[in-house]
Structures are given as C-alpha cells and as structure tokens.
Design a protein around this ligand. Structure first.
Ligand code: ZN
Length: 324
C-alpha cells in the first residue's frame, strides 16, 4: 500500500492547509489548561510548537501530547463547524472512500476477526466506537456474521449508518448509559480515535464500566515512537490539530494497566512509515534516513518496513486488551 492511495497528495494538502487556518480561527483565544502526561501523569517537557499548539514529551514514557490543551467545548465547535473538518468529512472522504474500503477496512475486518478467533471469542456483539460511515461495520458483519452496533455522536454520520441498515447508538461513549447496550459477550473496537481524545482516562473509565469480565477492547491509534513521526517530528503531517495524544507501545501499556485493563497484545502493523518518509524526504533532518531513502530500491524499503513493524516501531499501533 502507498500513502497516495489513501491520502491523495492534492486533496490531503488542501485539508492540511484548511486545518492550519482553523487552528488559528477556533483555538487562538481558547483558555488552555496544562495537563501532565496522559499515560503516566509525569510533567512533560515542551519540544515544539505547531499551528499555535504546544507539544510536550513525557521524560518517563516518551508520550507526545498537546499541553496546555483548549477546553473540550472548543473541539466540539471545531468538529461541527470548521472548514477543515467539513472538508475531511465530504471531499476527502468521497475521494478516498472506495480505496479506503479495500486497502484499510477490509484488512482491518479480517485482522479483528483473526484476533478474536485466536482468543477463542465466539457469539459476541461488536461495538464500533466512533464508527463514522459504518464501513468497518459493513465489512465485519459480511465477513463474520456477527452483528456490529455503531456508537457515533454525529447526527449526520448516524443518519448515514442507519441508511445502510446498521444499528446506531447516537452518543459519545463518555456519556452513554449501560442500558443502551444489549446483553452478551461484548467486543469494543475503535480505529484512529484514541489520538483525538481530549481525556483518555475519562474515556477508558467509562469503557471499563460498560465491559464485563472477559470483554475485549481492540483499538488502533498513532504511536509517537513510530519512525516516520520520530524522524519528521514537527513536520510530520500526523502532527495536526485534531491529534492530541501520541502514545507508544510502552506508554499505552502503562495507561491501560493503570486503569485496570489487562493488556493482551500491542503491535505496530503499519505499512506506510517509509513511504511517508520518502514522500517528505526533503524535510528529513537525520542524515542516515535521508541518504538511505535516496539510495534504496523499493524492495529495500519493504524490508525496512517489515523490520520496523517487527520491532514495534511503526506509527500505526494496534492494541488488544480485556476487562479482567
Ligand atoms: Zn508518561
């Protein structure tokens, strides 16, 4: 897979341009509150500023995070009204929907099914937190025969999902009541949501309350220790205003276990790190990577990517945990 297939350069650049303008428009006058490391609560050290947001790194667990942080209400306002969020949900989504279904969602559905089979989980309902347009739900239901219920706060997206015949709980997870969930074995999933969460602890505590012993939570998020993010740093396109938390395999373990979850596996099965670095090779400051990318044949880059995945150093992180 190539970055261009799921993020066409022209469309993605326009989104990034709008996002940079919105960062100023929606957050310039925000009251901001300093927060400690969202994984281990150590005080962070500022490492750079981008689009008016300060980013800190935790000296204890290397989590990269936005602090001080504008209030959650300002983010709601941004997600509902801003040009960049609107552009992402319409133009960007339409331009990439089919490629994403094939390249991202079908493999994700297969991967989640394999994980559940490997843990011997049977007869379960899946709850897709922030299920968006419902593409994972469609693919997973078709593949596994197990029902997927979408937990989605956006009225517009909830309407799209219902239009596809999918079941939707129109709510944020954080404010959802347990009575909305049917009984039985539960598997919660969320994809590319965790990096957006304003308060991961509030989210995980609520999730824990909704889980019964043995229920699973499978999620993907960005790892700040991923090689493309580490080498591109503030020039990484992943560092943009919607992304507030960049955990890593070590720090996500601290966070989950600290809140009483049992970690089952954490891997980084990413495919794009080297391709992303190649596409932005002019911005790489590290001589080793700059020269390596200049000289490498495509098959060399594939074996580097495989090595990075094997060492847990891709920026695409997949976590499986359960309620003990
Ligand atoms: Zn930390």
């Amino acid at each position: 897979m190539k970055e261009e297939e799921i993020r066409p350069r022209q469309v993605f650049d326009e989104y990034l341009r709008l996002a940079a303008l919105d960062a100023n428009l929606y957050f310039n006058n925000s009251d901001r509150q300093a927060i400690p490391c969202p994984a281990c609560l150590t005080t962070g050290t500022k490492v750079f500023e981008k689009h008016g947001f300060d980013y800190e790194v935790c000296p204890a667990c290397q989590t990269l995070f936005v602090s001080p942080r504008p209030p959650v209400a300002d983010f709601f306002d941004y997600y509902q009204k801003s040009a960049s969020a609107g552009y992402f949900a319409t133009v960007f989504y339409k331009a990439t929907a089919e490629a994403r279904r094939e390249k991202l969602w079908k493999p994700k559905a297969r991967m989640v099914l394999e994980i559940l089979c490997s843990f011997g989980v049977e007869n379960y309902g899946v709850f897709d937190i922030g299920g968006g347009y419902g593409i994972f739900a469609e693919e997973f239901e078709a593949l596994s025969g197990n029902p997927v219920i979408i937990i989605e706060p956006s009225p517009e997206l909830a309407r799209v999902c219902r239009g596809k015949g999918l079941r939707v709980i129109e709510s944020f997870l954080e404010t959802m009541t347990p009575v909305l969930l049917p009984e039985g074995r539960r598997v919660f999933v969320s994809f590319e949501l965790f990096e957006h969460l304003h308060d991961c602890r509030v989210f995980l505590r609520r999730l824990h309350q909704l889980m019964q012993p043995g229920d699973k939570f499978i999620f993907s998020t960005l790892s700040g220790m991923g090689v493309d993010i580490q080498t591109l740093w503030q020039d990484s396109n992943s560092i943009s205003l919607q992304h507030l938390n960049f955990f890593n395999p070590h720090s996500i373990t601290l966070l989950l276990e600290g809140l009483g979850m049992r970690l089952l596996s954490v891997t980084t099965p990413g495919k794009l790190d080297l391709d992303i670095m190649y596409n932005q090779k002019d911005k790489l400051k590290d001589r080793f990577w700059r020269n390596l990318l200049a000289q490498s044949a495509p098959e060399d880059l594939h074996s580097w990517q495989d090595f990075i995945v094997a060492r847990g150093c891709s920026s695409h992180m997949l976590v499986v945990c359960e309620c003990p």
